[in-house]
Design a protein around this ligand. Structure first.
Ligand SMILES: Nc1ncnc2c1ncn2[C@@H]1O[C@H](COP(=O)(O)OP(=O)(O)O)[C@@H](O)[C@H]1O
Ligand SMILES: [Mg+2]
Length: 245
């Protein structure tokens, strides 16, 4: 198996406040690496550094055989992005930009059409993104990320805030890309149960670094894994909205 991503003593911080210190993780081709951890543990910061949006203050990020233009990225959603003034089709097609370099060809349009079909948004392709529901917007952004993801798909909380049925559907589509097409996936998740179901590796961030990094079985047997999964279970059954996860 080919190792496509390695971090070496990766340290990330804002101003002088370290978020993650000396992190050593890796992903192999075809992996589904799920990143878990409480709010503020540095999941999004790590993801942004993998996307080259934050410069490490120490250590390094090494890609082997993956170019920036071959990575599809779905950022964690923020209120500011919800009014983006473009049509569904334009946004999905923009996922091919890094490869088309502005010269959109038939193959790029076809790819956009294919991914709109996959996510069930063909019927709304001419609608304004700003006019869509949160669930529809997430489908659009996922279709865009699919268009860009030739080698690697990076997702930051892809289903947070969506209803359980839609979440399950989107997870199934992502899982198919990973398991059937062999696309490597790195995904931040708020649902450890679901993460353990589809993941090949788990990174649990906590205490300024990796509280756990390894395979799913190892995680299930670890103290932190047991604790986290039980917490998820409890909140799930009580119908409460999870606070710590
Ligand atoms: N742009 C920023 N400037 C300063 N601090 C930040 C910034 N973004 C995040 N942080 C801080 O870094 C820590 C990790 O944040 P984040 O990576 O967003 O965590 P997570 O995604 O796990 O919830 C938090 O303490 C957060 O407040
Ligand atoms: Mg985050």
């Amino acid at each position: 198996m080919k190792r496509i991503l390695t971090t070496k003593d990766l340290t990330l911080s804002y101003e002088k406040q370290a978020v993650v210190s000396e992190l050593n993780i890796y992903a192999d081709e075809g992996d589904c690496l799920c990143i878990l951890g409480e709010n503020g543990s540095g999941k999004s910061t790590l993801i942004k550094s993998l996307m080259g949006l934050i410069k490490p203050v120490g250590g390094e990020i090494i890609y082997d055989g993956v170019k920036r233009s071959e990575i599809g990225y779905l950022p964690q959603q923020s209120a500011a992005q919800k009014d983006f003034p473009a049509s569904v089709y334009e946004i999905v097609l923009s996922g091919t930009l890094a490869r088309s370099m502005g010269f959109v060809k038939a193959e790029h349009r076809k790819e956009a059409e294919k991914n709109m079909e996959l996510l069930g948004i063909t019927a709304i392709k001419n609608k304004s993104f700003a006019a869509l529901s949160g669930g529809q917007q997430q489908r659009v952004l996922l279709a865009r990320a699919f268009c860009a993801a030739k080698k690697l798909l990076v997702l930051d909380e892809p289903v947070t805030g969506l209803d359980p049925l839609v979440s399950a559907e989107l997870y199934a589509i992502i899982e198919e890309k990973n398991k059937k097409e062999g696309l490597t996936v790195i995904s931040v998740s708020h649902a450890p149960e679901r993460a353990c179901h589809s993941a090949s590796k788990i990174l649990h961030l906590g205490g300024g670094g990796a509280a756990f990094f390894g395979d799913v079985n190892g995680y299930l047997e670890s103290e932190i894994g047991k604790k986290y999964l039980c917490a998820d279970d409890h909140h799930h059954h009580s119908g409460e909205r999870r606070k710590v996860l």
